[in-house]
Write a protein that binds this ligand. Structure first.
Ligand SMILES: [Zn+2]
Length: 223
């Protein structure tokens, strides 16, 4: 069986529920652009797969000063939204370690968009293990950020000059984000390839294409 990877729940069924046999892994806050959301993770081991499921508890109860939901309670599962299986991989090793590995993989896959912050409650994954995963990921990102800054290329300088605020994504020494002109989403830059791409706008190209793209957006903005 090859790995099933769906960190964004693109393949999740609408209104999916957490499988009964899935056990509570942990709950934590995710920082997404400028707000915090509660997320709850579950782990299920079947004969053929280790699965990580997640669901959203909505806006952070803690930060909005509501009574925090007892995510450890099975009855709370029904209140979660956006439930889906993020990973299904061949079962391997001890369950707690396998579960933690999938949680780490999920956090890494969503770097640049979702960042795990305050730990809410632990089940299979305890607070110390969660904090270790987040700390290691942060260190790794800082390292690749330093590497990326050490080798800025022309397209990075161009993005800077065009006011797109390029910043290393932290996912690789070559990988940057910048603001997509006039939009609220990032575009991606591969520094050494001198190329950019935006999946939302279906645009990609090199240094000159980036200049043209920004000019076009500026004209659209004036209309
Ligand atoms: Zn775009």
């Amino acid at each position: 069986m090859s790995d099933f990877c769906d960190p964004w729940h693109k393949h999740a069924e609408k209104g999916a529920t957490v499988p009964d046999a899935a056990r509570f892994a942990c709950a934590y806050e995710l920082f997404i652009s400028f707000e915090w959301f509660d997320e709850v993770a579950f782990f299920r081991r079947t004969e053929t797969a280790d699965e990580l499921w997640t669901g959203s508890g909505g806006c952070s109860a803690h930060r909005s000063r509501k009574h925090p939901a007892p995510y450890t309670d099975v009855s709370q599962r029904a209140t979660l939204t956006g439930i889906g299986c993020a990973y299904a991989v061949p079962p391997r090793g001890e369950e707690a370690a396998a579960c933690l590995g999938l949680v780490a993989r999920l956090f890494r896959a969503r770097v640049g968009f979702y960042w795990p912050e305050r730990f809410i409650a632990g089940g299979i994954v305890e607070k110390a293990a969660y904090q270790r995963v987040v700390r290691d990921l942060k260190r790794e990102l800082e390292r690749s950020e330093r590497e990326a800054r050490a080798r800025e290329t022309e397209i990075i300088r161009t993005a800077q000059e065009l006011g797109l605020h390029p910043r290393p994504s932290g996912t690789g020494p070559d990988s940057w984000y910048a603001n997509c002109p006039g939009k609220n989403h990032p575009l991606y830059i591969t520094a050494t390839a001198e190329s950019f791409g935006c999946g939302w706008c279906k645009r990609k190209g090199g240094v000159e294409d980036l200049r043209t793209f920004v000019e076009e957006r500026a004209k659209e903005g004036q209309r």
